[in-house]
Write a protein that binds this ligand. Structure first.
Ligand SMILES: [Zn+2]
Length: 412
């Protein structure tokens, strides 16, 4: 039976969101958390963007070192031969790519202003897939931007052309969040049956249906006989109203009525890491988690009214669909209410050693402490907020990688 996988796009769709961004260290931490969660693939950035080159290379090194153990790191580029060439020039060891191009009439006409036709779109995409394969890409996903507003016959033609040129997956982008669960199910099922190729769902929340559409789309692909790769972002952060939230989508496919019995995950997801991941992303983006967020919101397991509180005290299953411990909640967290030493770009060795000592990290000599502190200072220059413990530990453990992440040299 066809299976469900997750492709998280926080480090691509999430960071291209207006007013929001992540430092290269924060993006790296996200990849680390996603790996521990069991996510199949992280769309970890933009290989044609010069300021990302060292970050992308450093993360590929982490994969080689076995630090990023199972997760696949994939870069997003436009479906253009020139972009493929630039990607491999700037990040020679990249092996997984998703190539994106608009497929709807409204976008082809509106963006290319009559300079390109559908035939040109097919050719650009096919040439780009060929180029990626020639340059050594091990897997290529082809993204149909605005697929939900694209004529279905053309979409099938587009996906078949991608497959014929060796693409491994087809990404159905509901770029504007226009679909509903009924339309996305039908469309993706038809695509799966006619193209016979694994499908990615990429759903946005402009009408509040990103998670529901992802679940329906996944069912469409599976009923059509194909594996599905659901695109998500952490806390649903993404362009405009955002993407399908990772935790909510995992909960939906594993806990909703009769779904899990009929649809299997391709690899197990460890939601015990969800709480830490959601909290970190919230801190890194500077966006609070809504109190009513599924699984990780402050009120997700809170009960006040008499009948509910009484019911949940007698048996949690009366008013809770799943247990908070499944999300990694319930552990006490230390919140400092008195004196506090934080990391900063002007930190000194004494405060820094105190901070690291609290995590039972000691340095062999002052020289080593100063070397790590210097990296922490640079990380603070980029983040402009105190680093969290996991970031400090990461820098202390992988100083050479951290140095790469923090190196930013604009071209002449
Ligand atoms: Zn998107």
């Amino acid at each position: 039976m066809a299976k469900i996988y997750f492709v998280d796009v926080t480090n691509r769709d999430g960071v291209q969101t207006a007013r929001l961004g992540l430092s290269k260290l924060e993006k790296t931490m996200i990849n680390m958390y996603l790996d521990k969660l069991g996510i199949f693939q992280s769309e970890f950035g933009f290989p044609t963007t010069r300021h990302e080159s060292l970050y992308l290379q450093a993360n590929l090194e982490l994969a080689e070192m076995g630090v990023l153990n199972d997760i696949r790191l994939e870069g997003w580029i436009r479906a253009a031969t020139a972009d493929v060439e630039t990607a491999f020039k700037l990040v020679p060891s990249i092996r997984h790519l998703n190539l994106s191009i608009s497929t709807s009439d409204i976008m082809i006409n509106g963006k290319f202003q009559g300079r390109r036709s559908k035939v040109d779109v097919l050719k650009m995409m096919s040439d780009a897939v060929d180029a990626a394969k020639e340059q050594g890409a091990e897997s290529v996903g082809v993204n149909a931007e605005d697929a939900s507003r694209t004529d279905l016959d053309f979409l099938i033609k587009f996906a078949i052309a991608a497959k014929d040129h060796g693409a491994d997956r087809f990404r159905y982008c509901d770029t504007l969040g226009y679909d509903n669960p009924f339309t996305v199910y039908e469309t993706i099922k038809t695509l799966a049956e006619n193209v016979e190729m694994p499908i990615e769902t990429h759903c946005h929340g402009d009408l509040g249906m990103a998670v529901a559409n992802s679940v329906a789309g996944a069912k469409g692909a599976i009923d059509g006989g194909q594996d599905v790769y659901i695109n998500t972002t952490i806390n649903g952060i993404g362009e405009r109203a955002g993407n399908a939230d990772l935790v909510a989508t995992v909960l939906a496919v594993t806990k909703s009525k009769a779904f899990a019995e009929k649809h299997q995950l391709g690899r197990p997801i460890d939601l015990k890491k969800a709480w830490r991941l959601a909290k970190f992303a919230s801190y890194a983006f500077g966006v609070p988690i809504p109190v009513n967020q599924p699984g990780v919101g402050a009120n997700a397991f809170a009960h006040a009214s008499g009948i509910h509180a009484d019911g949940v005290l007698k048996d949690p299953q009366n008013y809770e669909l799943y247990d908070y411990t499944e999300l990694g909640r319930g552990e006490p967290e230390l919140v400092e209410t008195g004196r506090e030493i934080c990391s900063g770009e002007y930190s000194g060795v004494s405060g820094f050693s105190h901070l690291m000592g609290r995590m039972a990290i000691s340095f062999k000599d002052t020289e080593e402490a100063r070397r790590i502190l210097e990296l922490v200072r640079y990380a603070n220059v980029e983040a402009q907020k105190p680093l969290v413990e996991d970031e400090l530990l990461f820098i202390a453990k992988y100083p050479q990688i951290a140095k790469k992440l923090l190196t930013l040299t604009p071209p002449d």
